[in-house]
Ligand binder design. Structure first.
Ligand SMILES: NC(=O)c1ccc[n+]([C@@H]2O[C@H](COP(=O)([O-])OP(=O)(O)OC[C@H]3O[C@@H](n4cnc5c(N)ncnc54)[C@H](O)[C@@H]3O)[C@@H](O)[C@H]2O)c1
Ligand SMILES: C[C@@H](O)[C@H](N)C(=O)O
Length: 393
């Protein structure tokens, strides 16, 4: 056992909250293992660790991939962190339909609206509280973890220390808990994980990633750490880089692509829309149903179909001007003006214009359903019916 592994082993023990006497015994075993292995060139620690049924974080670096332990006929037990944001409630609905209501737990640090609270299991969970998170995973026998908690691009720039804590420290907690309990872990990444020096039209899976936002930096970190834990400890890490996601039934959470959601609400309510990006700003986008289906599909993909652990996925790519033109086919009197937010514009100008998702399409059959016309029609149907319902009540 290399000294580096010994340090890691001791670190893991301390993170795993193992009490002092046990920790001392374990470290003694590990140190002896180190001495023996240095003497004979063999690797006894693996045996020692397996004999005491310790955490999967002790799997040696050349370990082949380990799948989660539930059988294919069992349903996974899913925990979604940051579940009250734009995407979590929708994902819970899809997963509950598939695996049963009680097998999918939504969690967040905010108070859920009553319709969410009554739709299925909800639990308070702050991802910065390692012990609480661990307790939830253990007590509920969680097998899949979908990690949605994050501060998005624009709000992240407004509060860098908090973004760093939630997006980086929080992720470390998630990785350790997922590795320790053999969970299948999904962490979304984003078009924001690329930067001005990346090829932007189109952006492939593998290329230079030098983002200029704390959000982007934290997402590159998440991709790399997840892949590292996969190769080093056998963690079943799966990651999709989402484009800007557009949904009708939830409010966006402080991102640069928010304008593409806001336009529908404002158009229907006021007939006017003021856009905070320049009319020619091209970004990759996706309707939420495609995004959630992709997430379930990659989580269910057999291991041997995944040649990578982090994939781009894409559906469409448009500018505010093109979106407004499509919206005006439904609402010809819509008045659109532009008042550019410099922070958001600088972020958007450093992001991909088009996303190359050939690998996802080839490896696990990714295929989007919604292009721009279907997206606009669906958003109008949804928001229009909601508005009519509100007027009746
Ligand atoms: N929405 C998009 O367009 C988009 C695009 C690409 C990637 N993503 C990724 O998908 C995930 C979900 O996105 P979203 O749009 O739902 O985000 P959101 O901002 O709407 O929701 C994030 C949630 O995280 C929660 N949260 C914050 N701090 C927390 C903490 N300490 N502990 C637990 N929860 C905490 C918030 O309360 C919030 O409900 C994020 O990781 C995001 O980076 C989203
Ligand atoms: C693109 C995505 O990660 C998010 N909607 C943002 O704009 O920050």
């Amino acid at each position: 056992m290399a000294p580096k592994s010994l340090h890691l082993f001791l670190f893991v023990c301390s993170r795993a909250n193992i009490n002092m006497p046990v920790l001392r015994t374990l470290s003694k075993v590990a140190k002896q293992a180190l001495l023996v292995s240095q003497g004979c060139g063999c690797q006894p620690l693996t045996v020692a660790v397996r004999n005491i049924s310790f955490s999967p974080r002790q799997v040696t670096s050349d370990a082949s991939f380990h799948s989660v332990s539930f059988s294919e006929t069992d349903h996974p037990k899913v925990l979604i962190t940051g579940g009250l944001g734009q995407l979590g409630v929708g994902l819970a609905k899809v997963l509950r339909k598939r695996f049963g209501n009680n097998n999918v737990i939504l969690s967040d640090i905010r108070k859920p609206p009553s319709h969410v609270f009554h739709s299925g299991p909800f639990i308070y969970s702050d991802i910065l509280d390692y012990k609480n998170l661990r307790e939830i995973v253990v007590n509920n026998r969680i097998t899949w973890l979908v990690h949605y908690s994050a501060l998005l691009s624009a709000v992240g720039e407004a509060n860098v220390p908090l973004a760093r804590a939630v997006n980086i420290t929080g992720l470390h907690n998630i990785l350790d808990i997922a590795a320790e309990h053999g969970l299948r872990l999904f962490v979304p990444s984003t078009i924001g994980a690329f930067g001005p020096t990346s090829p932007r039209n189109p952006t492939p899976d593998l290329c230079i990633q030098r983002p200029r936002t704390i959000y982007g930096v934290s997402k590159v970190h998440a991709e790399l750490m997840g892949e590292y834990y996969h190769h080093r400890y056998g963690l079943d890490f799966r990651c999709l880089r989402y484009p800007g996601i557009i949904s009708a039934d939830s409010q966006p959470g402080g991102g640069t692509t928010d304008y593409a959601v806001q336009i529908f609400h404002d158009a229907i309510k006021t007939g006017k829309f003021e856009c905070n990006l320049r009319p020619d700003t091209r970004l990759p986008m996706m309707y939420i149903d495609d995004c959630l289906r992709a997430t379930v599909e990659i989580m269910e993909s057999p291991v041997d179909t995944l040649s990578m652990r982090t994939y781009n996925i894409n559906a469409m790519s448009f500018t505010p001007e093109e979106l407004a033109q499509e919206v005006m086919k439904q609402l010809p009197d819509l008045e659109v003006s532009y008042d550019v937010d410099q922070v958001r514009q600088a972020i958007a100008d450093s992001w991909p214009m088009n996303f190359d998702d050939d690998n996802a399409r080839r490896d696990w059959g990714w295929k989007h359903d919604y292009d721009l016309p279907e997206l606009v029609q669906t958003m109008f149907n949804y928001i229009g019916s909601e508005t009519r319902l509100a007027q009746v009540n």
